[in-house]
Write a protein that binds this ligand. Structure first.
Ligand code: GRF
Length: 204
């Protein structure tokens, strides 16, 4: 299975996917990393590991749909089976989501449907929940609303700051994302309506 990762920043989830691939555990190949930010650390990580990197500057396109069209053309040209969003800080147009129907997944730092959108860790702290976590889900046209594939839970402590909580969640993100990609690559993730079933046996 050929994967592209889209990231705007630090790329620690990308790194977790790369590490898993290099250990032979991902069952998939990361063939490209795309970013809307030229200085994204994610692009540097890609280059360091011999993965093709693409910087696609939004300013060069008149609107979101045209930009997404250009990104989509690259993804089709390099023939990717799965697109993993990993801290990609742009909303994707409905057209893009439909073009790659059920082939885009995202990782989000909360237990969705709680705390979608930006600053999920701060939202959780402000709300006062005792547990939060991370979610990997299929991407639909809404913001963090697609079918949930898998989640991991972490406790929230009284003395947590956004930083301490984010770090605790991130640790679990780095475990969860490669696991989910592996499950998809093994054909074990089945979508039924908005519910996702994980098959026990690998399907080839
Ligand atoms: C992660 O917290 C992820 O859940 C969210 O954006 C952050 C990206 O971090 N979507 P990184 O760039 O992978 O380090």
């Amino acid at each position: 299975m050929r994967i592209a990762v889209m990231a705007s920043g630090r790329g620690s989830n990308l790194q977790a996917l790369i590490d898993s691939m290099e250990k032979g555990e991902l069952c998939a190949e990361i063939v490209a990393v795309l970013s809307n930010k030229e200085d994204a650390l994610a692009l540097e990580r890609a280059r360091k590991h011999g993965i093709k990197d693409y910087f696609i500057p939004p300013e060069r396109y008149p609107d979101r749909e045209t930009y997404d069209m250009a990104v989509g053309d690259i993804l089709e040209k390099i023939n990717v089976d799965l697109i993993c969003l990993a801290g990609f800080m742009r909303i994707l147009s409905e057209k893009f989501v439909n073009r790659f129907h059920n082939r885009i997944i995202n990782i989000h730092p909360s237990l969705l449907p709680a705390f979608p959108g930006l600053n999920a860790q701060k939202q959780a702290l402000d709300y006062g929940v005792k547990y939060t976590g991370c979610t990997v889900h299929f991407v639909d046209a809404g913001v963090d609303t697609g079918p949930i594939i898998a989640q991991r839970v972490v406790p929230v402590y009284d003395d947590d700051t956004v930083e301490s909580l984010s770090a605790r969640i991130l640790e679990q993100e780095h475990r969860l994302y490669p696991q989910v990609v592996r499950l998809i690559a093994q054909g074990r993730v089945v979508l039924q309506g908005r519910k996702v079933r994980i098959l026990k046996e690998e399907v080839r």
